[in-house]
Design a protein around this ligand. Structure first.
Ligand code: HEM
Length: 544
C-alpha cells in the first residue's frame, strides 16, 4: 500500500496516548460497538504506540482476516505475557510462523473435526455425570444463600458448592481427556482443575493492555533484573504454569514408559516423535524443524486445555441464563426434545439433526453473547490497503465480533434472543464453521486462527444442553421481597456479566430438579451404570 494513503477514520485521540483513555481494557466491547455504529466497516485507533484496526462487519472481517489470511494471521503478542510468562511457547499468542503451524497441526489432529467424532462417546458419558450433578445440586441445598456465602479464594471466584463449578468440571474434563487421557472425577477438591482457571485468569490479567509498561516501551526490556521486578515476577509465574502443563506432560511420559498406549494427544504425539528419532527433546521450540520439543508440547496441550475450558463453561452458563430470560424459548426447546426423544431415554448425538430448535438455541447463545466477545485480535504482517485506506504493518486487527453480532441488518432485533433466525436456511446457516457464506455467527473467530476445537465445543454444548432440557427442570429462585423470579438481566452488561477476556455471567443461583420421578430414575440409573464404564475404560469413577 502506498504510504500516501490515509488511515481509516476513527475517534480523535490525545498526543502520545492516542485513544488509550477512551477504551476500558476490562470491558472494551460496548465502546467498540458505539464506534462501529459511528464509523461503519472499519475504523482506526491508536493505543499508545500501537496501531489498531477494527473490522465491524462480517464482510470487512471476512475480506481481510479470511480472504487475505496469509498476511492477517499473526498476533501482536504482549511482551510480558508471551515472552516471559509463557517463555514464548503459548500458541494463542504465537506469530504466524513455523512453530505455530506445527503446534496448530498437532492440535487439529487432537481436537479437529475428525477427532471430535471420536471424542463424542466420552462427551456422552461426561454429560451423564453432569446432568446427574445438576439434578442433585439443589436437593443437597447447595444453591441459594449457602453458595453466595461460601467464600472463594482470590483466584477461585467460583465457590466449590456453586453450580457453576459443576459446569466447569464438565467443560474441563473434556480437554483433560483429549490431551492426557484422564478425567476430573470429583466435584470438590480438584486442585488441577482449579489451577486451569487460575492460569487462564492470570494470563488474561498479565496480557491486559496497560498492565505492564514493558509491553509498550521496548527500551525497558533491556533493564537488568534488579530494576525489572515484573520480569522476576513473570518468570516465577512461568514456573508455576509449568508445574501444571509440564507436570501433566511428565505424568504422560511416565505412563508411556509403563506401557500405557492410548489415543490421546500427548500419548500419540510422544510415540510418533519417538518413532521419528526424537524420544528425548527437551527445551523450547522445534526439534528437526518438525517436532515440538517438550516445553512447546507441554504448552500446546496446555493452550488447548485453557482454550477449551473457560469458553465452553461460559457458553453453557450463557445458555441457561438466556433461556431463563426467555421462558417461551425454553418451553419450545423442551417441547421439541419431548416430541423427538420422549420420556423413556435420554437424547443422544444421533438426535441432533432432529432437534434443530435446540441447536438454534445454542447458536443463538453464541451469537447473542459470545464468550470471546471481542474475539482474539490478529496482526497485519504486511502493509496493506482496504477500501482505499492504509492498513499499517504491525497493526493489531480486531474482528469486532460483538459489532458483527449486534448488526441489525445481519440480525434484525439483534439484542433479542431469537433462535428462529438460525432456522429455515440452507444447512450451512446453522454451522458456526469457518465458511464465509451464511455463517450463523463469528463466536469461533476468523481465518487460519479460527478456533481449533469448534467441533469439540459444539459437541459438548449439544449433548449437555439437550440432556438438561430433556430431564432437568431449572428455574430462578423466587425473590422473597418481590415474589418474582430472580434472574439477572441478560442485557445489563455491568450488572450481569464479568469483565475480562471471556464474558462469563457473574454468579447467579438456579434451582435444579428432575422434571419427574421417571426422569430422576433414568438419570440416577445411568449415573450408577456409568461407574463401571469408567472403570472399564481405565478411568477414575465419580466420587460424590
Ligand atoms: C464455546 C466454546 C469456544 C469458543 C467460543 C471458542 C472461541 C475461540 C476463538 C474466538 C478463538 C480465536 C480465533 C481467532 O483468533 O480468530 C479460539 C482459538 C482457539 N480455540 Fe477455541 N473456542 C471454544 C472452545 C474450544 C475448545 C473446546 C477447544 C479445544 C478442544 C478450543 C481450541 C482452540 C485453540 C487451540 C485455539 C487457538 C488458535 C490459534 O491461536 O491458532 N476452543 N477459540
Amino acid at each position: 500500500a502506498s504510504p500516501a494513503l490515509k488511515l481509516p477514520p476513527g475517534p480523535p485521540g490525545l498526543p502520545f496516548l492516542g485513544n488509550l483513555l477512551q477504551v476500558d481494557p476490562l470491558r472494551s466491547y460496548p465502546q467498540l460497538l458505539r464506534w462501529a455504529q459511528q464509523y461503519g466497516d472499519v475504523f482506526y485507533l491508536r493505543l499508545g504506540l500501537q496501531d489498531v484496526i477494527v473490522l465491524n462487519t462480517a464482510k470487512a472481517a471476512d475480506d481481510l482476516l479470511t480472504d487475505r489470511s496469509k498476511i492477517y494471521s499473526g498476533r501482536v503478542a504482549p511482551h510480558v505475557a508471551q515472552d516471559i510468562l509463557s517463555d514464548g511457547q503459548r500458541v494463542l499468542f504465537m506469530p504466524h510462523a513455523r512453530e505455530w503451524k506445527i503446534a496448530r497441526r498437532a492440535m487439529s489432529a487432537a481436537a479437529g473435526p475428525a477427532a471430535a467424532k471420536k471424542i463424542r462417546p466420552f462427551q456422552d458419558m461426561e454429560s451423564r455425570t453432569a446432568i446427574y450433578d445438576l439434578m442433585c445440586h439443589s436437593a443437597k441445598g447447595d444453591e441459594g444463600p449457602r453458595s453466595s456465602s461460601t467464600q472463594a479464594s482470590p483466584g477461585r471466584e467460583v465457590p466449590e458448592g456453586h453450580w457453576f463449578h459443576l459446569v466447569r468440571r464438565f467443560s474441563t474434563t473434556v480437554p483433560m481427556f483429549v490431551n492426557y487421557g484422564k478425567r476430573i472425577s470429583r466435584i470438590v477438591d480438584n486442585p488441577q482443575m482449579d489451577m486451569v482457571y487460575d492460569v487462564v485468569g492470570n494470563v488474561t490479567r498479565v496480557a491486559q493492555p496497560g498492565n505492564y509498561l514493558a509491553d509498550v516501551v521496548p527500551l525497558l526490556r533491556k533493564l537488568p533484573d534488579w530494576m525489572a521486578p515484573w520480569r522476576v515476577e513473570a518468570r516465577r509465574m512461568h514456573e508455576w504454569e509449568m508445574s501444571l502443563f509440564g507436570g501433566l506432560l511428565d505424568e504422560e511420559k511416565v505412563a508411556l514408559s509403563e506401557g500405557t498406549v492410548r489415543d490421546t494427544f500427548l500419548n500419540t504425539y510422544l510415540r510418533a516423535r519417538s518413532a521419528a528419532g526424537h524420544a528425548e527433546a527437551p527445551g523450547n521450540g522445534l526439534a528437526g524443524d518438525t517436532w515440538m520439543r517438550d516445553k512447546l508440547l507441554a504448552y500446546t496441550a496446555g493452550s488447548l486445555l485453557e482454550a477449551a475450558s473457560d469458553t465452553t463453561a461460559a457458553a453453557v452458563l450463557t445458555f441457561v441464563l438466556a433461556l431463563l430470560n426467555n421462558p417461551p424459548v425454553l418451553q419450545r426447546a423442551r417441547e421439541e426434545v419431548d416430541s423427538i426423544v420422549g420420556p423413556d431415554r435420554m437424547p443422544t448425538f444421533d438426535d441432533e439433526e432432529n432437534l434443530p430448535y435446540v441447536v438454534a438455541c445454542i447458536q443463538e447463545t453464541l451469537r447473542c453473547h459470545p464468550p470471546a466477545i471481542t474475539g482474539v485480535p490478529h496482526r497485519a504482517d504486511e502493509d496493506d490497503e482496504y477500501k482505499g485506506y492504509r492498513i499499517p504493518k504491525g497493526a493489531t486487527v480486531i474482528g469486532n465480533v460483538w459489532a458483527i453480532h449486534m448488526n441489525p441488518v445481519r440480525y434484525p432485533d439483534p439484542t433479542k434472543f431469537i433462535p428462529d433466525r438460525h432456522l429455515g436456511g440452507p444447512p450451512l446457516r446453522r454451522a458456526g464453521g469457518p465458511d464465509l457464506e451464511g455463517r450463523a455467527h463469528y463466536a469461533f473467530g476468523f481465518g487460519r486462527r479460527f478456533c481449533g476445537g469448534k467441533d469439540v465445543a459444539e459437541g459438548s454444548l449439544f449433548i449437555l444442553c439437550a440432556r438438561l432440557l430433556w430431564g432437568v427442570d431449572f428455574r430462578a429462585p423466587t425473590d422473597p421481597v418481590t415474589g418474582k423470579p430472580r434472574v439477572p438481566d441478560f442485557a445489563d452488561e455491568d450488572g450481569t456479566w464479568s469483565t475480562g477476556f471471556i464474558a462469563v455471567p457473574k454468579l447467579f443461583d438456579v434451582q435444579f430438579a428432575p422434571r419427574s420421578e421417571k426422569y430422576e430414575t433414568i438419570i440416577r440409573r445411568s449415573f450408577e451404570e456409568l461407574q463401571d464404564e469408567w472403570r472399564d475404560m481405565g478411568l477414575l469413577p465419580d466420587e460424590r
